[in-house]
Design a protein around this ligand. Structure first.
Ligand code: ADP
Ligand code: ASP
Ligand code: MG
Length: 410
């Protein structure tokens, strides 16, 4: 029988009536002749609530205990969904990530899936059961410790499971109708994309489009698993994330991200090796540096600014201050008031002038650009955090994505 992997996010399992609605959908997939594996997130805002509960107890909770705490959220929804299926006389069994054989490295809070053994999942499917797997979690086989995969990690669980079980596709059910040309909660005219390539979706996700966790897109691309992002509230076709698309969009969408902070090292002596002296210790401490800007030199000194995830900003500041003292820089500043907007589209490779048009659109809205970075299919600008929404809207108005130019093979 074909295997279908369905993932339901927090809002899709937020309360008992939503869980019953998921059970109906699972029943329909089974009636259609599929073996069904369901990956669930924690109910509603449970994960956020557990994080703030921990913060009420400790300013610096041990990462192991954080993972013990957070994995409880998915455990609640998986058991409740199994019960909802049993009520419908559908045999079902729920497994934690560890029971499902989701083996990860040891990085608590951001573990990477290394392998899925999945014996119990396969055995239970062979017994005719619906298998429910807790998203966002796994186990480090060496230490036997439970790990979590990072925020939004249930998407990664689902696509990795689809790959390991040989499913034809992975369905991601969420609270919007698919992947839009911008976050539909910010841009009301945003359009749902019928399809988007893995490469573009990866840039969108990595630039803050939280509708799919970027690691899930990486799995989809690596293992050739198309991902169907769709709403759990209706039966409409959503967005297909896949290798190549029929339509070629110049600009697929605009993503935004407020989860980073900017660190500046001021008046560093401008000599060879000075950038390496800043970024080597940051790399050694696994600090994830995103954008970097170095100013023009003045009086033999220069400034270097870079962005890092807010969660790592204290570590980055500590390291930058150590380096500043060693090399004789004047000061280190941390700026939490930044945000990033990104324009993503495979067609920008072959269409000159996209960057100029983007910068003009921001200028016309009186938005100052503090940093710029590009890839072949993305342009990102750091702006003041309070300008992010206006910047997304201005870029959306200027480009009116998806800006389809040609139909390939149509
Ligand atoms: P789930 O709990 O189902 O995993 P998430 O909250 O993680 O849901 O992701 C869905 C949300 O992603 C939407 O509610 C939407 O606000 C946000 N989002 C951001 N960018 C986009 C985009 N380009 N298209 C669709 N949704 C987006
Ligand atoms: N519950 C986790 C989170 O809120 C994982 C997920 O929803 O994908 O990040
Ligand atoms: Mg999510």
């Amino acid at each position: 029988m074909p295997i279908v992997v369905q993932k339901y996010g927090g809002s899709s399992v937020a309360d008992p009536s939503r869980i019953k609605a998921v059970a109906d959908r699972v029943e329909a997939a089974r009636r259609a002749g599929n073996d069904v594996v369901v990956v669930v997130s924690a109910m509603g805002k449970t994960t956020d609530e557990l994080i703030s509960l921990a913060a009420d107890i400790s300013a610096n909770p041990p990462p192991r205990e954080m993972d013990m705490l957070l994995t409880a959220g998915e455990r609640i929804s998986m058991a409740l969904l199994a019960m909802a299926l049993e009520v419908r006389d559908i045999p079902a069994v729920s497994y934690t990530g560890s029971q499902a054989g989701i083996l990860t490295d040891s990085a608590h809070g951001g573990a990477k899936i290394k392998e899925i053994t999945g014996h119990r999942v396969r055995d239970s499917l062979a017994e005719g059961k619906v298998v429910i797997v807790a998203g966002f979690q796994g186990v480090d086989p060496d230490s036997k410790e439970v790990t979590t995969l990072g925020r939004g990690g249930s998407d990664a669980t689902a696509v990795a499971l689809a790959a390991s079980l040989g499913a034809d596709a992975c369905e991601i059910y969420t609270d919007v109708d698919g992947v839009f040309t911008a976050d539909p909660r910010i841009v009301t005219e945003a359009r749902k994309l019928a399809e988007i390539s893995f490469d573009e979706m990866l840039e969108m996700s990595a630039s803050g489009a939280g509708v799919l966790m970027s690691r899930s897109v990486e799995f989809g691309r690596r293992f050739h698993i198309p991902i169907h992002v769709r709403s759990s509230m209706n039966d409409q076709e959503g967005t297909w994330v896949k290798e190549t698309t029929m339509e070629q969009a110049i600009i697929s969408g605009i993503a935004h991200d407020r989860s980073e902070a900017k660190v500046s090292v001021n008046r560093l002596p401008d000599r060879p090796g000075v950038a390496a002296s800043v970024f080597t210790p940051l790399a050694e401490a696994d600090v994830n540096v995103d954008m970097i800007v170095q100013n023009v030199s003045h009086d033999g000194t220069t400034d270097i600014s870079f962005t890092v995830p807010r969660a790592q900003v204290s570590e980055a500041e500590r390291i930058a201050k150590e380096v500043a003292a060693q090399v004789g820089a004047e000061s280190v500043d941390v700026d939490l008031g930044v945000g990033k907007v990104s324009l993503v589209g495979a067609g920008m490779k072959s269409h000159p002038g996209i960057a100029a048009k983007a910068f003009s659109a921001l200028a016309a809205s009186d938005i100052n650009i503090e940093m710029i970075s590009t890839s072949t299919i993305r342009i990102s600008c750091v702006v003041r955090s309070e300008h992010v929404e206006r910047a997304v809207q201005a870029l959306h108005d200027a480009f009116d994505p998806p800006m389809i130019v040609e139909e390939v093979g149509a």
